[in-house]
Write a protein that binds this ligand. Structure first.
Ligand SMILES: NC(=O)c1ccc[n+]([C@@H]2O[C@H](COP(=O)([O-])OP(=O)(O)OC[C@H]3O[C@@H](n4cnc5c(N)ncnc54)[C@H](OP(=O)(O)O)[C@@H]3O)[C@@H](O)[C@H]2O)c1
Length: 272
């Protein structure tokens, strides 16, 4: 089966962290109106039932949607894993997730037990595709040894201010593609004049240049915005191509080494 994130419009997903309440509803309305059909949520975000309710109200045909859900590491046990996924699906008003991820690696432990639970959930029909998030290159290699089912993603922090070349090489080696989160580094990218300079040459915005750079690395994107203009611009990134010269100019910013999601997260592994 082909990787879902490379089908239809799903290379561009709308992220729902940290949205809740009226802000979540209005952001999802704007996102759906401009064409987003891939939606990213997680048990950890505490917004699954609100996402489910908002999407139901928007009456999008189920086969147009690609919903990514993520299992909280506190649920990585025989007793909790499947019931927690069933709870997420009830909240999201789905009979199966399109993609189910392990949100973080387990603290200090072997990735094997949680990967086996994930694969079991997929085989039980709770998700069409499975994947991981915040895995290191070594964990990606280990995952390939553990699960038979192809993993469709390792969702990681990915933007031009962070060198993720080790993970990109691991993606090629293992066949587990990356997808980006913090795609605009929560706004940090806009402090760098280069994106504005390149944007003027292409008649695009600085944000669109950043997102296009990510896509041209072969990495599907997750973006979140509360502003209709930003939501529309972030989706509108498929009708131009950055030259190899401009890709290389942006590549050089990786030396800055700006990481948004750092070691304060208890599950954060030792990053590559
Ligand atoms: N797997 C994981 O561990 C993990 C971790 C973090 C995030 N995620 C997922 O990835 C999604 C995206 O990541 P993120 O929200 O953390 O970071 P992000 O997309 O880099 O940053 C979002 C922030 O950037 C601003 N922004 C977005 N597009 C913009 C644009 N075109 N121009 C100017 N400002 C813009 C937004 O502000 P405005 O509202 O003002 O536009 C918002 O405050 C999340 O919603 C979540 O679904 C996953």
């Amino acid at each position: 089966m082909r990787n879902i994130y490379f089908q239809k419009t799903y290379q561009r997903a709308f992220g729902t962290y940290p949205l809740k309440g009226a802000e979540l509803v209005s952001a999802l309305e704007s996102a759906v109106a401009v064409g987003y059909r891939a939606i990213d949520t997680a048990q950890m975000y505490g917004n699954e039932s609100e996402v489910g309710e908002a999407l139901a109200a928007l009456k999008i045909p189920r086969d147009e949607l690609c919903i990514t859900a993520k299992v909280h590491p506190d649920n990585f046990s025989e007793e909790k894993f499947i019931p927690s996924v069933e709870g997420s699906l009830r909240a999201l008003r789905l009979d199966r997730a399109d993609v189910l991820l392990l949100h973080w690696p387990p603290i200090g432990g072997d990735v094997a037990p949680s990967l086996r639970l994930l694969e079991r959930a997929g085989k039980a029909g709770l998700a069409s595709f499975i994947g991981v998030s915040n895995y290191t290159a070594a964990m990606m290699r280990r995952a390939r040894e553990i699960v038979e089912t192809p993993l469709v993603v390792n969702q990681v922090e990915f933007h031009p201010l962070l060198d993720q070349s080790v993970l990109l090489a691991a993606a090629t080696e293992t066949g587990i593609p990356l997808a980006s989160y913090c795609s605009v580094a929560r706004g940090e990218v806009f402090k760098h004049a280069l994106f504005g300079e390149i944007a003027r040459d292409y008649g695009e915005t600085a944000g669109q240049i950043v997102l296009r750079w990510i896509l041209q690395k072969g990495v599907p994107i997750n973006t979140m915005s509360t502003k209709p203009a930003n939501i529309a611009a972030n989706f509108d990134v498929m009708d131009f191509t950055l030259s190899s010269v401009d890709m290389a100019r942006i590549d050089r910013l990786a030396a800055i080494g700006h990481r948004v999601v750092g070691s304060r997260i208890p599950w954060a592994p030792e990053w590559d």
